[in-house]
Design a protein around this ligand. Structure first.
Ligand SMILES: Nc1ncnc2c1ncn2[C@@H]1O[C@H](COP(=O)(O)OP(=O)(O)OP(=O)(O)O)[C@@H](O)[C@H]1O
Length: 299
């Protein structure tokens, strides 16, 4: 598999603020990566470093297996990390044409990219008449003009209404389906869940999880159990079961986290055979949201 970008022990300090702390991960061609973390967790700083607009304190990153200098590599990258400045009195097509001239690239892809972001019909409308969602879509079109290998987006749906958010996410998925690798930063868990195949979860600059989004959600789930008496016996029976990874007490409930499939009726009959009558038994799968909260809380 081709590695587009590799980060190794990247570190950034702003005075006392440790914005990025020993961060390492790889980006493979064809995947959609989300850097997920609460506000201030170091997402924008990380993107700024790899795009050469923020200086790192230490660590390394390399583009395209180190075959190209960062300067050359960035010509194959499309990025929107700030809202680009378009001219309000110029049309969508004129703005893109100007960007092509500034970047020294051909104007032949303008119509194709406007079509990708569903703005072809509005190509001759002035930028000043565009909604926020349309402005963001035009920004995406501008980042695609050079057919980049990877598209980098920082909080692509910030400030948009639900319809605008939906439209941007569909466009990102369409661009990814055409083979463009994508890296986006988001503080929105459901955005990453809906759009990304891979996720790097960070908090206070520290990586908490990286891997496939579906593996993060692939937990086998847990049981909530309650007994009116013999709680100690319940805990020790659960702890000795092979399918149970760990047993904890939360308020008046016992939580048994699973590492293997086991049904509620199986566990109920096993406990009953051992003389335990449950007053409560529920099987739950932790949502990605819960796992994200657990990750960011426990670390
Ligand atoms: N230029 C700067 N000077 C000083 N501190 C900075 C600077 N830029 C970022 N920081 C600090 O570094 C930390 C990480 O910020 P960063 O913007 O990278 O996080 P983020 O995850 O992108 O958050 P947000 O989504 O709120 O932008 C924060 O504590 C922030 O205050």
């Amino acid at each position: 598999m081709e590695t587009i970008l590799s980060l190794k022990n990247l570190d950034k300090k702003y005075g006392k603020v440790h914005a990025v702390n020993d961060l390492s991960f790889d980006i493979q061609k064809g995947n959609v990566y989300g850097i997920l973390g609460p506000n201030g967790s170091g997402k924008s700083t990380t993107l700024g470093i790899i795009l050469n607009v923020v200086n790192r304190t230490s660590g390394e990153f390399s583009w395209f297996d180190g075959k190209l200098s960062t300067h050359e590599a960035l010509k194959k990258v499309g990025a929107i990390i700030e809202r680009p400045n378009f001219y309000p009195y110029m049309t969508a097509a004129q703005n893109l044409s100007l960007i092509c001239r500034i970047k020294g690239i051909s104007t032949e892809k303008i119509d194709e990219k406007l079509t990708t972001v569903n703005l072809f019909e509005r190509r001759n409308s002035k930028f000043s008449t565009f909604s926020l969602g349309m402005k963001q879509r035009l920004a995406i079109a501008s980042a695609l003009l050079n057919d980049p290998e990877i598209l980098i987006l920082d909080e692509p749906t910030n400030g948009l209404d639900p319809q605008g958010i939906h439209e941007i996410r569909e466009i990102i998925k369409k661009i990814a389906a055409n083979g463009t690798t994508i890296l986006l930063a988001s503080h929105l868990l459901d955005e990453v869940e809906k759009v990304c195949s891979h996720v790097v979860v960070i908090r206070k600059g520290v990586k908490l999880y990286s891997g496939r989004v579906d593996e993060m959600t692939a937990s086998k789930g847990l049981f909530e159990l309650k007994v009116d008496k013999d709680e100690e016996k319940l805990i020790s029976l659960l702890e000795s079961h092979d399918a149970i990874l760990k047993v904890t007490k939360e308020q008046d409930q016992i939580i048994a986290t699973l590492n293997d499939e086991i049904s509620a009726s199986e566990i109920n009959s096993l406990l009953f055979k051992n003389g335990l009558v449950l007053s409560h038994l529920v099987k739950r799968k932790p949502s990605l949201e819960q796992q994200f909260l657990d990750l960011t809380k426990n670390n």
